[in-house]
Design a protein around this ligand. Structure first.
Ligand SMILES: Nc1ncnc2c1ncn2[C@@H]1O[C@H](COP(=O)(O)OP(=O)(O)OP(=O)(O)O)[C@@H](O)[C@H]1O
Length: 254
């Protein structure tokens, strides 16, 4: 498998406190990579920097052969790199459909206003995006709530909207930040099934998750972070047997 994302020497701090202290990692194209580590290890911050939400202080990020460090999120989304958030973001008053439509990729100057003003190409594109949004809603079994405001959805359905939002961008790589946290067991299984299917269709996934049962079942390889660095990488058995990993988790508990 070729390298899809590679991160070298990545640093980021806040108010003088160093959070990412030289992260090195590689995500292979087509993999379902797990990212684990004790609370505060810097996993979400890594996602925030890689997805363009925060600027790096130092280091290099490549998507394929292109250096992408410091690019704004919308430019990364256009290159097929998207992330989801632990808590679904967005516009609570919008319906599921409107929400998905917001995140469809558009050319500069396109969009709902252009469509309303009568641009033929823009109207055509909006129709395509609407088809895409409907298809994604059907796939994620959100079609029966597609006209409901996002606020009226259950916590688990909001997580599905986050995944749907990512799919609207036709992603190559999805960074998933705890997409099953706080979700009931049957919906967790449903989400796991969607993720496995998306990965089989060729989408590379990097998953932050604290549930080791899910990590073991879904991910290979697994990258362990602790104190702003990557510690170990390998199969679940390899990382679980590594004393450095055990110490990193125990160190936080006591
Ligand atoms: N915007 C920010 N401003 C200040 N400190 C921040 C900011 N973002 C993250 N941090 C700090 O960086 C550290 C790492 O946080 P981060 O959320 O990346 O860890 P994590 O590994 O994702 O943890 P968890 O598993 O608990 O979600 C924490 O001490 C956190 O307080």
């Amino acid at each position: 498998m070729s390298d899809l994302l590679s991160v070298r020497g990545l640093e980021r701090g806040f108010y003088g406190v160093s959070v990412l202290q030289g992260v090195d990692l590689t995500i292979k194209a087509g993999s379902f990579t797990g990212l684990i580590g004790p609370n505060g290890a810097g996993k979400s911050t890594l996602f925030n920097v890689v997805s363009g939400l925060y600027q790096p202080d130092a280091g290099e990020i490549r998507l394929g052969s292109e250096a992408i460090g410091g690019l704004a999120p919308d430019r990364l989304v256009a290159r097929g790199l998207v992330r989801t958030f632990q808590l679904a973001r967005g516009f609570p008053k919008l319906s599921v459909f409107q929400h998905l439509m917001l995140y469809g990729p558009r050319q500069q100057g396109e969009g709902l206003v252009a469509a309303m003003l009568g641009g033929k190409a823009a109207r055509h594109r909006e129709a395509e995006l609407a088809e895409r949004a409907l298809g994604i809603a059907r796939r994620l079994r959100l079609d029966h709530v597609i006209d409901n405001p996002v606020t009226a959805l259950s916590g688990g359905q909001k997580k599905l909207v986050e995944i749907g939002r990512a799919l609207m961008a036709d992603p190559k790589l999805i960074l998933l930040d705890e997409p099953m946290a706080g979700v009931n067991p049957s919906l967790t299984e449903e989400i796991a099934g969607h993720l496995i299917a998306l990965n089989r269709e060729g989408i590379t996934i990097c998953l932050i998750e604290h549930d080791m049962g899910l990590i073991r079942r879904l991910c290979d390889p697994i990258i362990v972070m602790a104190e702003g660095r990557t510690l170990v990488e390998g199969s679940f058995e390899t990382v679980a047997a590594d004393t450095r990993v055990q110490e990193a988790y125990l160190g936080r508990r006591h």
